[in-house]
Write a protein that binds this ligand. Structure first.
Ligand code: ADP
Length: 168
């Protein structure tokens, strides 16, 4: 009896699990200058992901140094920070099931030369130092990056009417 009830409850809630995984994406200064923002945002919207926050800013050097802290010993670290600080960036938080992995696949490889056509880096860029967009590489780094770039009150929780058409 209890087993049946629990099984029924589990079935009922299966399609209603929270879809709260989030990732940080940032269209880099080259993507902004090349007027690629609309094309790129359209891909994530079309996929069925939900936008939770967006801001257009010239990121401060201190933020960028922290953001790329894991690369601090790389030869390109300072030029990367300088480049990211050179112009506005479109920083965004997107939400959905498996969003970190999905977005990384949609971005392509770090080096555009290794990125398949159909991915953002495969379609829009050539050089590793001008690869148009950043995307968190794990759920752990997504959480760190989101709290570095956004205040909690900047993250908008909202119900999307299309959810039942995106998720089974
Ligand atoms: P990803 O952005 O794909 O997560 P990384 O975290 O390894 O890649 O590197 C961060 C950024 O540093 C890359 O997106 C790229 O812009 C830059 N970068 C990585 N490797 C190189 C390199 N060998 N030369 C110049 N820039 C690089």
């Amino acid at each position: 009896m209890w087993t049946l009830l629990l099984a029924l409850l589990a079935h009922f809630f299966k399609g209603r699990e929270p879809r709260h995984e989030r990732t940080l994406l940032a269209i880099k200064p080259d993507g902004v200058q090349r007027r690629l923002m609309g094309d790129i945002v359209k891909r994530f919207e079309g996929k069925g992901l939900k936008l939770v926050a967006m801001k257009f800013l010239k990121p401060p050097v201190a933020l960028l140094q922290q953001h790329y802290i894991d690369l601090k010993d790389k030869a390109f670290y300072s030029s990367l920070v300088q480049f990211m600080n050179s112009g506005p960036v479109l920083a965004m938080v997107w939400e959905g099931n498996g969003v970190v992995r999905t977005c990384r696949r949609m971005l392509g490889e770090t080096d555009p030369a290794d990125s398949a056509p159909g991915t953002i880096r495969g379609d829009f860029c050539i050089d590793i130092g001008r690869n148009v967009i950043h995307g968190s590489d794990s759920e752990e780094s997504a959480q760190k990056e989101i709290s570095l770039w956004f205040q909690p009150e900047e993250l908008v929780t909202w119900y999307s009417n299309t959810e039942a058409w995106v998720y089974e």
